[in-house]
Each structure stands twice: as structure tokens, then as C-alpha cells.
Write a protein that binds this ligand. Structure first.
Ligand code: UGA
Length: 426
């Protein structure tokens, strides 16, 4: 199949690489010429394990192309996939301006039957809106099928998630269009959910909302575990073995961040509000996520035992491990909180060092901890979890290690003379 993907962002590049690997001819397009030029040289603007190799293979095999001629490829390809961003607006709603301009391009380009796949995360009802906009612009009804096919990949494991997805959701009006999209993924073994468009759109938002609620729930439970001297990690393990609950997304810590969970729960709350529905659980999840940083700050203050001018080392800045993405990162929000206390903050991350007022960056994890009164693990990078704790203990001035992801082995730290502070852990 010849497929045009619009938007060479995270989802666009990953999906393009995977579809070309499945044997399709894929044109991944974007208006930004500098981005396309870099991609054609095999330079990937994001960090995603395995993606660079997959893109290089697609380019070499002649199955993957990056181009700025968006309209030309829209006109030539029977399948056009929209993968542009829908960033958050101030009021929590999703900003549809990129999507609007794609729809205008489509209206000007479509000359024969085209399946328009909406991969971007959009509010429920958006596929209907795209369809009516195209009809209003003069595209005959029989020329276009708008299909909702949301993505569920996670940054850091995007390729694995794309090649072995838990499910592929395809929402279409006409069965024929569903069949073509299913055929596009033919070599991917997965559960296929063929449904109405509105249901597919809802599945995407509800999935992310549920994940956010799961994380906030365990973070709230961590507070009560601590009050009773129970260990939230053990509790989560025991609870998660119940197949009705499941073990994943029950890792207590600083809370969720990233470009998806916070944005999508706000957007779902917003659209629900437009229909007069108040989503109280989402509101609670957001509140817990925000106050989680205060819980950690309080623990740090207690552990510092009256030292009100401490130097704090923070390990990790990205919103989670194996990505260079810092959008809505709880690690960064926490650093800012520390700076606002008037404290000295030294930070290290394996991939990024974004400028933050009051934070000085180190090139090496052990450089960041020299003279520190406390160390905070803010992102669960493997190299940081498996640090040499004896060296850490030697370099630091104080001995407090605050585990912001509940991932460290307290016995190892304590053996090295460090004082382990987790959350919801005895
Ligand atoms: C999320 C969803 O997991 C994907 O299924 C979805 O496709 C994607 O959003 C999207 O909408 O594009 P992602 O944002 O890459 O993926 O990251 P997650 O793995 O979901 O992690 C989100 C945040 O929750 C991170 O800050 C992570 O550290 C935190 N988290 C995750 C926890 O605090 N505890 C957990 O148990 C799991």
C-alpha cells in the first residue's frame, strides 16, 4: 500500500518506520523543511531506542521517504494518516490548529477515493467534524472515509508497542474502510477492535485517563501505607496479581508527566464539561499528582533535619526513563520546587540538561552529588538505579537519598552508609 503520513513528530516517524518495515511504501511528510532534511540524512529528532536503525533500513530499502510535499503525497496516496500534534490550550482543551490545516490541505488535494486515518489524539466527535469539513469543501462523500485509529505507544518502548500492541482499534463508518486499515497492519498479531468512530476516539482518551487514575490511586495509597508502616511496593504487587487489576502502572512515585497523560485527562475533562458532565475522578487524579510533589518535599525537609540551606542533587530530568522528552516532567517540576525553597540544586540526566533558573547541570552523575546534602532520584534511568552506592556515599556531604520512583534497593544503600527515604515504604 502507498501511505502518506502527515506530521513527522513522535507518532508520525515511529508509525512510518513500522509501516515501511511491514512492506508498505510510506511517505512521511511535514511542512518543516529542516526537520525533513535531517530525517533524510537519517538524523532522528527524538530519542527512541531502535528507531534510528529502523528508519535507516526503510530509507535504504526504498520503502520510507521523508518529504515536504504534503499535498502532492496526499493526492497520490489512497491512504493518508494524520499524525500531527494536538497540544493543550490554556483552558485544558486540545488545540486543533495543526489538524485544521491538514484538513484544508486534504480538501485541496483529494482527487480520488482516500482513506483518511486519524492517528492524532483528538476529542470525541472530531472524525465526524473532519468528514463534514471535507464535504463542505466540495470533496464528494464517496471519495473519503475518515477512520479513527488511535495509537497506544509509549515513549521509550514505542517500537515494541507498535509491533506487539495489546490491541489495534479501528473506528469506521463503512466496513470496507475498516477492512483496508486492518489489512494495512496485516502482519501484526493483535486483538483488533473494530468499532464506531466515536467509540475509537473515546477508547484513546479513556485509556490514558485510566492510566493516570491508576498511578494517582497508588500514590494516594502510598500515603496511607506509610501512615500504617506498610510497604506500598509489596501492597501493589499483591494487589496487581489479581488479574482483574493487573500489575502495571501501580508504581508509586513523583507522579505522572509527559506529553500525553496530563494533556489527555485535561482534554477529556474539558469535552465532558461541554456536555455538562463533571469527571470527578479525573479531577482527583490531577490533584493527587500535583500534591505528590509536596509529599516528597515534606519528606526531604524532614530528612534534612533542620538544614535549611542544603545542596540537593537531582538525578533524572525527563518525564520517564529511555526518552529525551521533558514535557510536563515531574522531575523538572520538583527541581523548580527545590529552587523556590532557596536551595542549591545540581542536576544530572543521561540525555538532557534543559536550562532551569537556579539549577546547575553536571556531565556525570557522580559530579552532581559532590558536596550534596541529599540526592533525589527523579527519573528511573537504569544507570542511576544501579549506581555505585559506595562511591555515592563517599562523594556526598550528607547521606540522604530520596527515592522519587521507589525503585532503589534500600538494603544496598543502607549497606553503603546512606539513609534511604522512599514513599509509602517502611
Ligand atoms: C502514554 C500511554 O501509556 C500510552 O499508551 C499512550 O499511547 C501515550 O501516553 C500517548 O497517548 O501517546 P507515555 O506518555 O509515553 O505513554 O508514558 P507512560 O509510560 O504512560 O508514563 C507516563 C508517566 O507516568 C511517566 O511520567 C511515568 O514515569 C509515570 N508512571 C508510569 C508512574 O508514575 N507509575 C507507573 O506505574 C507508570
Amino acid at each position: 500500500m502507498n501511505i502518506c503520513i502527515v506530521g513527522a513528530g513522535y507518532v508520525g516517524i515511529t508509525t512510518a518506520a513500522v509501516l515501511s518495515e511491514l512492506g508498505h511504501i510510506v511517505y512521511c511528510t511535514d511542512r518543516i523543511a529542516s526537520k525533513i532534511a535531517r530525517l533524510n540524512k537519517g538524523e532522528i529528532p527524538i530519542y527512541e531506542p531502535g528507531l534510528e536503525e529502523l528508519v535507516a533500513r526503510g530509507i535504504q530499502n526504498g520503502t520510507l521517504f521523508f518529504d515536504t510535499e504534503v499535498r502532492a503525497h496526499m493526492a497520490a496516496c489512497p491512504i493518508v494518516m494524520i499524525a500531527v500534534g494536538t497540544p493543550p490550550r490554556r483552558d485544558g482543551s486540545a488545540d486543533m490548529s495543526y489538524l485544521d490545516s491538514v484538513v484544508a490541505d486534504l480538501a485541496a488535494s483529494i482527487k480520488s477515493h482516500t482513506i483518511v486515518i486519524v492517528k492524532s489524539t483528538v476529542p470525541p466527535g472530531q472524525s465526524d467534524w473532519i468528514e463534514s469539513r471535507l464535504h463542505e469543501a466540495g470533496v464528494p462523500e464517496q471519495w473519503v472515509d475518515v477512520v479513527s485509529n488511535p495509537e497506544f505507544l509509549r515513549e521509550g518502548t514505542a517500537l515494541q508497542d507498535s509491533i506487539h500492541p495489546d490491541r489495534i482499534v479501528i473506528g469506521a463508518k463503512r466496513e470496507q474502510a475498516s477492512r483496508v486499515v486492518k489489512e494495512m497492519y496485516r502482519s501484526i498479531e493483535s486483538e483488533y477492535v473494530l468499532t464506531e468512530r466515536i467509540d475509537a476516539e473515546m477508547i484513546k482518551y479513556v485509556s490514558n485517563a485510566f492510566l493516570a487514575i491508576k498511578i494517582s490511586f497508588i500514590n494516594e495509597i502510598a500515603r496511607v501505607c506509610e501512615a500504617f508502616g506498610a510497604d506500598v511496593t509489596t501492597v501493589a504487587k499483591g494487589v496487581g496479581l489479581d488479574q482483574r487489576i493487573g500489575p502495571r502502572f501501580l508504581q508509586a512515585g513523583l507522579g505522572y508527566g509527559g506529553s500525553c497523560l496530563p494533556k489527555d485527562i485535561n482534554a477529556l475533562s474539558y469535552v465532558a464539561g461541554t456536555k455538562g458532565v463533571k469527571l470527578k475522578m479525573l479531577h482527583a487524579a490531577r490533584t493527587i499528582n500535583r500534591t505528590q510533589l509536596d509529599v516528597y518535599l515534606h519528606k526531604l525537609k524532614q530528612a534534612l533535619d533542620g538544614n535549611d540551606q542544603p545542596t540537593i542533587a537531582v538525578w533524572g530530568a525527563t518525564f520517564k526513563e529511555n526518552t529525551d522528552d521533558t514535557r510536563f516532567s515531574q522531575a523538572i517540576a520538583f527541581m523548580k520546587k527545590l529552587v523556590r525553597q532557596g536551595w542549591k540544586v545540581k542536576a544530572y540526566d543521561p540525555l538532557v540538561s534543559p536550562p532551569i533558573r537556579g539549577v546547575s547541570w553536571s556531565q556525570h552523575p557522580y559530579e552532581a552529588i559532590v558536596g550534596a546534602d541529599a540526592l533525589v532520584l527523579a527519573t528511573g534511568w537504569d544507570e542511576l538505579i544501579h549506581a555505585d552506592w559506595a562511591s555515592v556515599s563517599e562523594q556526598m556531604k550528607g547521606n540522604v537519598v530520596l527515592d522519587g520512583r521507589n525503585l532503589l534497593d534500600s538494603t544496598l544503600l543502607e549497606a553503603a552508609g546512606l539513609r534511604y527515604v522512599g514513599v509509602g515504604r517502611s
